[in-house]
Write a protein that binds this ligand. Structure first.
Ligand code: SAM
Length: 460
């Protein structure tokens, strides 16, 4: 008896009923893996087309199954990665496409797959007829920032699609809508009936497209606090928010007035921007987001890194004068380095990837002191010391900054300051090497200079 005959499927009792030939493959669909295979060529072709795969660098398909979508994708992107958890189906796909150099098959669990190598590929498009069993978990893993995914087309239960794409005021609008839409614009593309699948699911399905929401569309906020408030607020939909959320700073009347809502407001009455405003209120963020101050004072230095005068930041940058900055690489016990994606509020290199923390020295400040300050301000971590790794001279590669690159050891977690940092995560040095070589444009220029100097300093 093979693995598939051991009753893991669960769609029907009779063994002979369960095994089917689907797209030329003899399979027993496994309910535990959400295996409802798409059988309609027109629908499959249409879904594949929605990701616009032609000529793009990298498409990943989650759960190719017996290849309903896959066969409409192969040969269209430069590289097609198929991620399948089912051992037999992964092997089937490997065999089916062995002569296609642009197709790669990995047997892996998409709820935990390591997406970090995908950054070096540039634009990453994801497509899937998601397994109902773990669709939510896969979505969370693939779509929570930071993620290399730049666009996605997914088929899921219709009801979930409606919730994901619901605007405020729709019946389906809820916590899931708010939590996903903070990062993604979600568009419902089509409803698909159960008849196009084998085995036939009990409910309709839907197809959605997700594109990243512009980070500047919302003011910044603490994501963890936001998530907590949204979950509490939508936890009991019928209850008024004032009875569900923690006591608001300044009192509930003040919050309601700031949101221009009655004090009796319920979770579903608040739009995404209003939820963000509410979360910011709890954080005490009452003023508008400000970028960096052009009036901040820097030490201006000569070609030997000797201080010659103090001038405001705006003038130092505008005139291209030499000044000082520190970059810090935070390394965890596994040897991974934390990289941050810069906030959209940065005047230089917004949304580019950068060192763990970096910043200018204040007037009269030492590099070592600036490093400790930046680690605390940007990442919320305190270390006793940082060690000098490399001194990088001021030139075009650092935008006229004399940089000290310093190393800090810390296991994490970090708590990012949203004005400074969009998101971040840990990378192996080898992965960063490959990414910097493939796509230097993804990084702030000063980081690339520092990284190359750092790697050279380690060479034997
Ligand atoms: N793409 C095929 C189609 O449209 O007919 C199959 C879709 S079927 C709904 C879901 C697929 O995801 C199955 O092939 C299943 O084995 C696979 N799968 C289930 N859980 C998975 C996971 N955690 N990671 C990767 N693939 C998974």
């Amino acid at each position: 008896m093979n693995r598939r005959d051991q009753g893991q499927g669960g769609y029907s009792r009779g063994r002979s009923d369960r095994r089917r030939v689907i797209s030329g493959v003899s399979v027993t669909p496994r309910k535990s893996l959400g295996q409802n295979f798409l059988q309609d060529e027109e629908v499959a072709r249409w879904i594949a087309d929605q990701i616009k795969p032609d000529g793009v660098p990298f498409v990943v398909e989650i759960g190719p199954g017996v290849g309903a979508l896959t066969k409409h994708l192969v040969g269209r992107p430069k590289h097609l990665l198929l991620v399948e958890k089912d051992t037999q189906l992964a092997a089937e796909q490997r065999a089916a496409w062995f002569d296609q150099p642009s197709v790669e098959v990995v047997e892996a669990d998409a709820t935990r797959i390591d997406m970090r190598p995908w950054y070096a590929r540039g634009e990453v498009r994801a497509i899937s007829n998601l397994p109902y069993s773990v669709g939510g978990e896969i979505l969370r893993h693939l779509l929570t920032p930071p993620t290399p995914i730049t666009e996605a087309v997914f088929m899921l239960q219709k009801e979930v699609c409606l919730r994901l794409s619901a605007p405020c005021g729709a019946n389906e609008y809820g916590g899931l809508s708010v939590l996903v839409q903070q990062d993604w614009d979600v568009e419902l593309l089509r409803i698909v009936p159960p008849e196009v699948f084998v085995p036939k699911p009990k409910v309709d399905s839907g197809v959605i497209r997700l594109r990243p929401r512009s980070p500047s569309a919302l003011p910044v906020y603490d994501r963890l606090k936001f998530d907590r408030l949204v979950r509490l607020g939508f936890g009991q939909r019928r209850k008024q928010l004032k009875n569900l959320l923690p006591e608001a700073p300044g009192g509930w009347e003040a919050v309601a007035a700031a949101l221009d809502k009655p004090t009796t407001m319920r979770a579903e009455e608040l739009s995404l921007p209003q939820w963000v405003q509410l979360a910011r209120w709890y954080e005490g963020r009452t003023t508008e987001d400000a970028g960096q101050k052009a009036t901040e004072m820097f030490d201006v230095v000569d070609e030997n890194n000797q201080v010659v005068e103090q001038l405001p930041r705006g003038e130092v940058h505008a005139r291209g004068l030499r000044h000082r900055a520190v970059h810090i690489f935070v390394i965890n016990p596994r040897g991974d380095i934390y990289l941050q994606r810069r906030s959209h509020l940065k005047d230089v290199a917004p949304l580019k990837w950068d060192s763990s923390a970096a910043g200018h020295l204040d007037v009269g400040e030492s590099y070592a002191a600036a490093a400790l300050r930046e680690l605390h301000e940007e990442l919320g971590i305190r270390v006793d010391e940082t060690k000098l790794a490399v001194e990088v001279p001021a030139d075009e590669g650092t935008d006229n900054e004399f940089v000290e690159l310093r190393i800090a050891h810390h296991p994490g977690p970090v708590k990012v300051q949203p004005e400074e940092i969009h998101s971040g995560t840990w990378f192996t040095p080898e992965l960063i090497d490959g990414w910097v070589a493939a796509r230097p444009e993804d990084f702030a220029k000063g980081f690339v200079t520092c990284w190359r100097a750092f790697r050279r300093s380690l060479a034997p």
